[in-house]
Structures are given as C-alpha cells and as structure tokens.
Design a protein around this ligand. Structure first.
Ligand code: FE2
Ligand code: FE2
Length: 260
C-alpha cells in the first residue's frame, strides 16, 4: 500500500496547485491513500468550501494544526465530516475529531492528528500520553500519524515513541521539507517535516517583503500569500499491508515551471 502525505496547503495558490496535480500524482506515485494538511488553505485556517475542494480532488483525509479553528466556518464540517481532522490533543470541548478510520481495499486505515507543544501553545494535552492511551484502546494495523509540531526533537521523540506501533508518522507545520526520511528500527516510516504546498518564492507561503517588514519591526500588516510559481511537497510511504510495517519513504518535491 502506498500512502501519499502532502505538506501544508498554503492559500488559494497552494489549493489550486494541489487540485490540478493530484490526479496525475496519484497515478505517478501509485498512491492508494492521500492525506493532506490543510491548515493554511486560507493563509491561516480553512473553510468548508476549501476542505470540500481538497476532498473532491482526491484527498482521503485532511489534517489540521495550530490554525485549525481560525475560520469558524469550518466548525460545522469538523463535526459532520469524519474526513477532516483537527489535533486529537486539543481541549476535549473543541469541535470535531482528532482521529478517524477509513475503509480501503487493504482494510481499515486509521489516521491520527496530533499537535506538539514546544514553541506552540501549551494548552493542548500531552500528545505522548494521549496517543499512547488512544492506541491501547484503538489498535489498528495500518495507522498513520500527522504530528503538527515545531521542534524537530519533539517530532523525533514521538516517532521513536510510536516506532512499531504505527505504520508511518510525518511532521507538518514548519513548511520546510527535511531530508531525514527513513524507516525506524521497528518498522515505522518517518519524515520530520513534509514541507508545504504553495508559493515557491515566499517565507513559509507569505510574501517575502511582508515577512522582512515584520522582522524589521515595521507596523504590522495582514500577511498575503506570495505570487509566482508554486511547489508541492510531501512524501510517499510504502507500507506492507499484511504487517503494517513501512518498507520505504520517498520524499516528493514538485515545482511549477516559471520564474518569479
Ligand atoms: Fe502550523
Ligand atoms: Fe502550516
């Protein structure tokens, strides 16, 4: 079984690039299951219309992160649509679900969305303890985890924590793809960060001059998504569906032709 995981979709530019490429990508990569992080579809947050477009284009599940609740329009979809997940360790009164089970021709695939706490809000519950407890109550041979976190140490620690207990774990949130894709000793496929899907010439998706301006200390502006050619980043995890073990991790980077 091949799982394609796609990094944070940024703005309409990222959304339309994903939508236009995903059918071909499914063919090229042989992906049987597609997970995409959609927390930046609006820059910050995602609307129901955008989630619908990602799912209609072929995503099997949308995961989110620290921007999950920026747009209130998504609350209803989070409650009603099991294919849109928000981090499981958010406060229990939060709308929606942090994990889901999906039927595929290989059997049930479980997807879990978690958020880290290093350099992020410290409001969420401890993801290490929560996922440990969850997997005891809900074991599933084919389990995939999107760990939305800032710190590489927290992501690596979680990967070793879950090694052999889940088929694959990838990081999202930093918007920069790492080059450490590997299969851990007990069979979990891992990549510290998938990267992002959005404008290539940008600061994590944002128009560079605006970001420079913020770091200079200029009066704050609302961030805009940068124009120009786009990139799509993610990874393909090959999983032995009989054992649930990952056998290969292949990072993926596509760039749209054209200059700035
Ligand atoms: Fe994030
Ligand atoms: Fe993000």
């Amino acid at each position: 079984m091949k799982v394609l995981a796609v990094g944070d979709i940024v703005g309409e530019a990222g959304l339309s690039w994903f939508v236009s490429r995903i059918r071909a990508l499914r063919k090229e990569t042989g992906a049987d299951f597609i997970a995409v992080n959609g927390e930046n579809a609006c820059g910050t947050g995602i609307t129901g219309r955008q989630a619908g477009e990602l799912l209609d284009a072929g995503a099997d599940v949308i995961t989110l992160g620290n921007h999950a609740f920026r747009r209130q329009e998504i609350f209803e979809e989070l409650e009603d649509n099991p294919r849109i997940l928000r981090p499981m360790n958010f406060a229990p009164q939060s709308p929606g679900q942090g994990w889901g089970e999906y039927e595929t021709r290989f059997g049930t695939v479980q997807v879990i969305n978690l958020i880290g706490r290093c350099n992020l809000d410290f409001g969420p519950d401890n993801p290490f303890l929560m996922v440990e407890k969850h997997l005891k109550n809900h074991p599933c041979r084919l389990t995939l985890v999107d760990f939305h976190a800032e710190a590489t140490s927290e992501k690596l620690a979680m990967a070793y924590h879950l090694d052999g207990k889940v088929s694959a774990l990838w990081g999202t949130h930093t918007h920069v793809q790492t080059s450490d894709g590997m299969v851990l000793p007990n069979g979990t496929g891992y990549l510290t960060d998938l990267g992002m899907t959005g404008p290539k010439y940008s600061v994590l998706g944002v128009e560079p001059q605006q970001s420079i301006s913020m770091f200079r200390g200029d009066p704050r502006q609302n961030f805009k998504t940068a124009p120009g050619p786009r990139k799509l980043e993610g990874a393909v995890f090959t999983i032995d569906e009989k054992t649930g073990r990952c056998t290969a991790v292949q990072p993926l980077r596509l760039e749209e032709a054209g200059g700035k």
